[in-house]
Design a protein around this ligand. Sequence first.
Ligand SMILES: [Mg+2]
Ligand SMILES: [Zn+2]
Length: 185
Amino acid sequence: MKFLILDRDGVINQDSPDFVKKPDEWIALPGALEAIARLNRAGWRVVVATNQSGLGRCLFDTSALNAIHTKFRAELTRAGGNVEGIFICPHAPDEQCDCRKPLPGMFLDIGRRFDIDLTQVHAVGDSARDLIAARAAGCKTWLVLTGNGAKTLAAGDLPEGTRVCADLSAVADELIPPSNKAQQG
Ligand SMILES: [Mg+2]
Ligand SMILES: [Zn+2]
């Protein structure tokens, strides 16, 4: 099964210690949108699962987040790609929800909504909590070295079998078989 769950900040777009609060602050990482488009063309379905505690912290509101995702989707469409869903944990860390990564709630929700076997799903993140959540849900894990990724790698203690790639484009290179790549020119 070709189904991929991506973290957002630090994987698709530049992360910010001050949070991405408005569309101007959402800046795609080099090659990331093109990587999603290449994966789509190779038959991969892609969804996003992202902690957005800035909502719970009242740093931005839902309409700002929707505007950010409108920009993301518009740029992705221009690059020829598509994501089938953007799953959000809106809670602050002290709200004790079950969806904030490292808890697996969003991944389990995705499994139910798409009726898929999560043990066959690949998940990409730049922080340990992404990988811990994904693995708790049974997914295969990939660490990218963009965003927090280099720090995450240096800290070690990744879920067993986590594969490490420079960025999302490099993950796509690994997931798309060479024959498929050739066809894509
Ligand atoms: Mg991240
Ligand atoms: Zn939550």
